[in-house]
Design a protein around this ligand. Structure first.
Ligand code: MG
Length: 168
């Protein structure tokens, strides 16, 4: 990874415009523009819920987390444990991203061995753990999380100010 900046919108538009006279020239220009761009540092697109759920399933299978049966109750408590870790992260560090500042001995080499991947630490990382656990458990239980989200948020829109007078 060279850390080269991504092409600007103007540069991309230039390629898509009249300055390109052939498909071959377009391919050459695109290859030049994107060569060496560091995609690991900034993902370009959000993943769909299906992509994220299948990725979580694949990672967890590869890491052996499907080798033994797990009850939904165990899965629920694993989600709760990540909520607890988020609370502890906030108590210790507030909103600060602590990646690279703690757990330095837990860094791992990238698959090609060219760099070291720090263990993410802090509130954001714990929120990610909650999401990963939730996606995993919904997948195991056959719950369509997108459909359930849409159904619940549609209902919540109708509930009114503080859901009818609740204090928190
Ligand atoms: Mg965690």
């Amino acid at each position: 990874m060279t850390g080269k900046k991504e092409p600007t919108d103007d540069e991309i538009m230039e390629i898509m415009g009249l300055t390109v006279t052939s498909t071959h020239q377009l391919c050459e220009r695109l290859r030049d523009l994107f060569a060496g761009v560091d995609y690991i540092s900034r993902p370009r697109t959000l993943q769909s819920r299906e992509d994220m759920q299948s990725e979580v399933r694949k990672v967890n299978r590869n890491n052996g987390w499907y080798d033994d049966d797990r009850s939904p109750l165990e899965g629920h408590m694993l989600i709760v444990s990540e909520v607890s870790e988020a609370t502890e992260a906030f108590r210790s560090w507030g909103l600060e991203d602590m990646t690279g500042k703690v757990s330095l001995d837990k860094a791992l080499p990238s698959p090609d061995g060219s760099t070291v991947v720090e263990k993410p630490e802090g509130l954001g990382s714990e929120y990610a753990d909650i999401l990963i656990r939730l996606l995993d458990q919904a997948d195991r239980d056959g719950v369509d999380l997108r459909a359930e989200y849409q159904r619940k948020i549609r209902f919540n829109k109708l509930r009114g100010y503080k859901h009818g007078g609740k204090s928190i």
